[in-house]
Ligand binder design. Structure first.
Ligand code: A3P
Length: 257
């Protein structure tokens, strides 16, 4: 991966469209899961439609500049017809201003720091575009300092939490998605103004389960070359578990507001 800073001017000037939907997350918070849910909803529960292409093509990654054969996120987005589902890991303050000028909707997914850090550690082991994470003890200290790609988890979740006051942001918790996936699918549907029947919710629920996504080549990043993501070291769809209850995190978040 080329440093994001080398393309910053292009990213900063990115032109959002009013019907763009931004999915924003700290890395490893459940982005891919939410992308699959949203794409399924946008296809009215016709989940077979989501098999048309891998996740990173259906929902391009705004700020990513990978070496070939993976095209840059912006190049892909410019060729993507509306309505676009745009993925970003940028902290709130760095999101291109055009998203706010165009009054775009945003779905943010937050995951508790501990599980997020563990997931990020294993991802950095298999992600050959990042330096080796070293030992867990070393890594966790860097994570706590925000000395990892996309910076501090704390600043990220808090910055986006506060953004809810200014913009059309649906703030979702990974742990809530685990606790009651259908409830969260319906929440996203309402936010997108979609009123799908219960059988569509059921189909989306089945299609976006951990076990289904793990086996789905269009959702499990198996199409990525192994010199970028080496899934023999750790699978992209690793455990999909949560150890901390969402109520505890929400409580923590509210202490800051
Ligand atoms: P683990 O490493 O803890 O297993 P992202 O998409 O933001 O990179 O997040 C990846 C994390 O979300 C991984 O966590 C992955 O297993 C988990 N994940 C992906 N799809 C999921 C699903 N359908 N249900 C639960 N967790 C899922």
């Amino acid at each position: 991966m080329q440093p994001i800073a080398t393309s910053w001017e292009k990213i900063e000037k990115f032109q959002a469209r009013p019907d763009d939907l931004l999915i924003a997350t700290y890395p490893k918070a459940g982005t891919t899961w939410m992308q699959e849910i949203i794409d399924s909803i946008m296809n009215d529960g016709e989940v077979e439609q989501t098999r048309r292409a891998p996740t990173h093509v259906r929902s391009p990654f705004l700020e990513i500049c990978s070496p070939p054969p993976v095209p840059s996120g912006i190049d892909m987005l410019e060729k993507t017809p509306s309505p676009r589902l745009v993925k970003t890991h940028l902290p709130y303050d760095l999101v291109p201003q055009s998203f706010w000028q165009q009054k775009c909707k945003v779905i943010y997914v937050a995951r508790n720091a501990k599980d997020n850090a563990v997931s990020y550690y294993f991802f950095d082991k298999m992600n050959k575009t990042q330096p080796d994470p070293g030992t867990w003890d070393e890594y966790v200290l860097r994570f706590l300092k925000g000395d990892v790609a996309w910076g501090s988890w704390f600043d990220h979740v808090l910055g986006w939490w506060n953004a809810r006051d200014k913009h059309d942001v649906l703030y979702v918790f990974y742990e809530d998605m685990k606790e009651d996936p259908k409830r969260e699918i319906r929440k996203v549907m309402r936010f997108l103004g979609k009123n799908l029947p219960e059988d569509a919710v059921e189909k989306i629920y089945q299609h976006t389960s951990f076990s289904a996504m793990k086996e789905n080549p269009m959702a499990n990043y198996s199409s990525f070359p192994s010199n970028l993501l080496d899934q023999t070291l750790s699978p992209f769809m690793r455990k999909g578990a949560h150890l901390v209850q969402s109520g505890a995190i929400r409580q923590k978040a509210l202490q800051f507001t």
